[in-house]
Design a protein around this ligand. Structure first.
Ligand code: NAP
Length: 312
């Protein structure tokens, strides 16, 4: 059996929230490890260019993620590449995080596993992600200023993001597979009043491009079966997202499946914190994820002092 390792703070997930948490926690003198399955950086890695991270004019997602990682390591945070299998809570309220690299013992677990956007799963979507296909209007919208933009989806996210994009371009179309939006009526009304064109009962069949960039989208009318192609420079996909909460079924979630947290970023289970896209926050950005990490690290440290103290 693999020997267990002891840490003050074990962070599950090495995206911006997890890395920022690791940095703050290690800098506060806590023995900290980030457990990452694949590569650090999370969804940041797929962003071509970031121009809204405060203090950095323009930077690629990869470069920013590497800076996050290097800074965390420079303060003594460890990064271990392992898959977390489960998290057990012991009688003394500490945890054993079982991984493919053996067990990790800790009084504090920070869940930074993120949320995966749901894909449309049409030809061209994966190929042009970061080159015309985007899942984040705030991040990538400005690259399509005054260009023809398509938004896919019919929920609150699609309508809200379409409204954001309509401030950058007066040629925004939203396409939804049904005859009515799922989004709140007020958002739909605001969207319609803003001049956004709507294409109902319309499915995306493929996203097409040339020279490594999106140039058009092929649709099918769900009623008539007719197919047609229109030119677009940017395709923003908001067809729902899936919070990665499988490791903590005991923690309370909000109505949308995100982990419910208090102002300290603590979940309903004492000692389990949640940061970034996996938690119940209405605005998901790299900067808000990083801020979550800092907040959780601060209160995790306080939690260790106040509630665990000598027990650990
Ligand atoms: P959502 O409510 O689950 O909506 C997803 C939309 O994508 C639905 O309209 C759905 O169509 C469509 N869709 C799903 N799979 C598709 C596919 N394969 N092809 C084409 N269309 C597809 O997701 P969301 O908009 O991201 O919102 C998530 C939750 O957060 C929601 O409960 C929402 O209310 C909440 N939210 C709230 C706010 C706010 O209060 N301002 C803002 C954002 C999000 P159908 O309608 O046909 O199923």
């Amino acid at each position: 059996m693999a020997e267990s390792k002891s840490y003050d703070v074990v962070i599950v997930g090495g995206g911006p929230a997890g890395l920022a948490c690791g940095q703050y926690s290690a800098r506060a003198g806590r023995k900290t490890v980030i457990l990452e399955e694949m590569a650090t950086g999370g969804q940041t890695m797929v962003i071509d260019q970031i121009e809204n991270y405060p203090g950095l004019e323009k930077i690629s997602g990869y470069e920013l993620a590497m800076k996050f990682e290097q800074q965390a390591i420079s303060f003594g945070c460890e990064i271990a590449y392992a898959t977390v299998q489960d998290i057990q809570r012991l009688e003394d309220e500490s945890f054993v995080v079982n991984t493919t690299d053996g067990p990790y013992c800790t009084p504090v677990v920070v869940i930074a596993t993120g949320a995966k956007h749901r894909n449309l799963e049409v030809p061209g979507e994966a190929e042009f992600t970061g080159h015309g296909v985007s899942y984040c209007a705030t991040c990538d919208g400005p690259f399509f200023r005054k260009k023809r933009i398509l938004v896919c989806g019919g929920g609150d996210s699609a309508c809200q993001e379409a409204l954001f994009l309509s401030k950058l371009s007066d040629d925004v179309t939203i396409c939804h597979r049904r005859d009515r939006f799922r989004a709140q009526a007020s958002l739909v009304k605001a969207m319609q009043e803003s001049g956004i064109k709507t294409m109902m009962d319309t499915k995306v069949l493929s996203i097409n491009g040339q020279g490594g960039k999106v140039t058009s989208v092929t649709f099918q009318n769900a009623i008539t079966g007719e197919t047609f192609t229109q030119d677009y420079a940017g395709v923003f996909i908001f067809v729902g997202s899936i919070a990665q909460t499988q490791l903590v079924p005991q923690c309370k979630k909000d109505d949308f499946g995100y982990l419910a947290t208090d102002s300290h970023r603590m979940t309903s289970v004492p000692g389990i914190f949640a940061v970034g896209d996996v938690r119940d926050t209405p605005f998901r950005q790299i900067v808000t994820a990083a801020a979550d990490g800092a907040v959780a690290a601060h209160y995790a440290s306080e939690y260790i002092d106040e509630r665990v103290g000598q027990k650990y």
